[in-house]
Design a protein around this ligand. Structure first.
Ligand code: ATP
Ligand code: MN
Length: 454
């Protein structure tokens, strides 16, 4: 069995108690600097945190001279040494190497990661080494922290985690942005058309009307042919669904949820967030703080449209009652009008999917979109149409075939209740939390139109 090293994170966090201790660290060489005095300074990163641990290699020790030529950027190493107080600035401790083993060498001439900053486009082309960069490493630790906070939030509130199917027979959003699923040898494998899920909502509703409160958290696929900085073809969606709940309950849940997740990440990933604010967005922490603390502003869609019309802004798509809010509108509302998170509610019936509850005015539905600075829409939710006749009417109006959704419609026949939920894209949330310019940097292996690797 290979001996587990002490995570660099541990050593740096609780450095005082490590002084004088012998530790072993397993990681990858980031840089090496040789001094004239016969000493090399090797920065080792083990992925447990952003910071490297500095290792002091005294050329005078046996065999170190020989090892030195393999101690190059990218090489994997196992190093044993003693933790000492560091005289250098910017680090409390360093490790004085006693034994070094090169686990996997790395040819510096062909290693694609250089010390300089690489573009994100370039890094996506070397998807196997991309996580060894500071940015992607930090994003992935944030991603982990968010994921855990999501589960903690729902679990602590009595929601059950439901695994909805990835292969589905329905196009929930009705936008036709689906990937077909067939077997290579047998296009009729399921005996009916099947797709990769665009949302687990319809199936989550079924379980909410049995277990009360549920949530899904899984991969979602959309064949939207849009090359934007906030769309992926494969992303992860979080979808809570509550029985005996209306739009107000839904708004309250969304608000608690964002507060919880944003403040957890702020306390757990402090180092990463400092890094992001330094390199991507100096206002990042301030923005996160407003979302962690402030209640949402709530405006109706109708009010939002009149705010946009009054704005005097020259939008690419002029805002008119009945049009969908574009990213430019969303950002104007949250960044310029309210300077904080905004929930827009009660959208026109015609621009929203069939399953949303029709309001008494007959022309709007009980929908909500939560908008935040930088990314615009982060959450889309609604109270669901729980009345059989009205749901049937909605489906017909949208030109859908009710027979294909019998199971969903029939849920309204047997003990139907008001229920509500929302969908939040994990990657949009990470984009908001980190300030990375493109959503492609928030997922380990991004898939977008024209691009997929590994
Ligand atoms: P948009 O208008 O931005 O395309 P949408 O209205 O299609 O979003 P919903 O169908 O309401 O989004 O999906 C719920 C949430 O899923 C969104 O609020 C967003 O966070 C996320 N989301 C939707 N589409 C994508 C995508 N292609 N890539 C990443 N996240 C997405
Ligand atoms: Mn979309």
């Amino acid at each position: 069995m290979i001996q587990e090293g002490t995570p660099v994170r541990e050593i740096l966090r609780r450095w005082a108690e490590h002084i004088g201790r012998r530790v072993m660290i397993n990681g990858w060489v980031r840089t090496r600097r040789d001094s004239k005095a016969g000493i090399s300074f090797v920065e080792v990163n083990d992925g447990s945190c952003l910071k490297n641990l500095q290792v002091i290699v005294d050329h005078g020790r046996d065999r170190f001279q020989e090892i030195l030529q393999s101690l190059t950027t990218g090489a994997s190493v196992s190093i044993t040494g003693v933790v000492r107080r560091s005289p250098a600035k910017g680090q409390p401790v360093e490790v004085e190497a006693e034994s070094i083993s090169i686990v996997g060498s790395c040819d510096p001439a062909s290693y694609p990661l250089q010390k300089k900053r690489h573009s994100f486009e370039f890094l996506r082309e070397i998807a196997h080494l991309r996580p060894r960069t500071n940015t992607i490493g930090a994003v992935m630790r944030v991603r982990n922290s968010v994921s855990y906070a999501v589960h903690r939030f729902f679990q602590e509130r009595g929601f059950y985690y439901i695994h909805t199917p990835i292969i589905t027979t329905s196009d929930c959003e009705g936008a036709g942005e689906v990937f077909r699923v067939t077997a290579q040898q047998d296009p009729e494998f399921f005996g009916r058309p099947t797709y990769l899920t665009v949302s687990g909502q319809l199936q989550a509703e079924v379980y909410a009307l049995a277990l009360g409160k549920v949530y899904t958290f899984g991969p979602t696929f959309r064949a939207e042919n849009s090359q934007t900085r906030r769309h992926l073809s494969e992303f992860w969606m979080i979808e809570p669904e509550m029985a005996f709940a209306d739009l107000e309950n839904d708004l309250a849940l969304a608000q608690d949820f964002l507060h919880h997740v944003v403040s957890s990440v702020m306390s757990e990933c402090d180092e990463e967030l400092q890094f992001f604010s330094k390199f991507f967005d100096e206002k990042l922490l301030e923005r996160l703080q407003t979302v962690a603390e402030r209640p949402f502003e709530v405006v109706t869609y109708t009010e939002a449209i009149s705010l946009l019309k009054k704005s005097g802004e020259n939008f690419t798509y002029p805002a008119e009652w009945g049009c969908d809010l574009q990213a430019e509108h969303e950002r104007y509302l949250t960044e310029r009008v309210f300077n904080g998170p905004v929930a827009v509610i009660h959208f026109p019936r015609d621009i929203k999917p069939f399953y949303m509850k029709v309001n008494d005015d007959g022309r709007t539905v009980a929908a909500m979109d939560v908008l935040v600075a930088g990314v615009g829409e982060i959450i889309g939710g609604s109270e669901r149409e729980y009345r059989y006749e009205l749901l049937l009417e909605q489906m017909k109006l949208k030109g859908m075939n009710p027979e294909a959704y019998e199971w969903y419609l029939d849920l309204r026949k047997y003990g139907s209740v008001p229920h509500a939920g929302f969908g939040l894209g994990l990657e949009r949330l990470i984009q908001f939390l980190t300030g990375v310019p493109n959503i492609r940097e928030t997922i380990p292996f991004p898939r977008v139109p024209g691009y997929a690797f590994a």
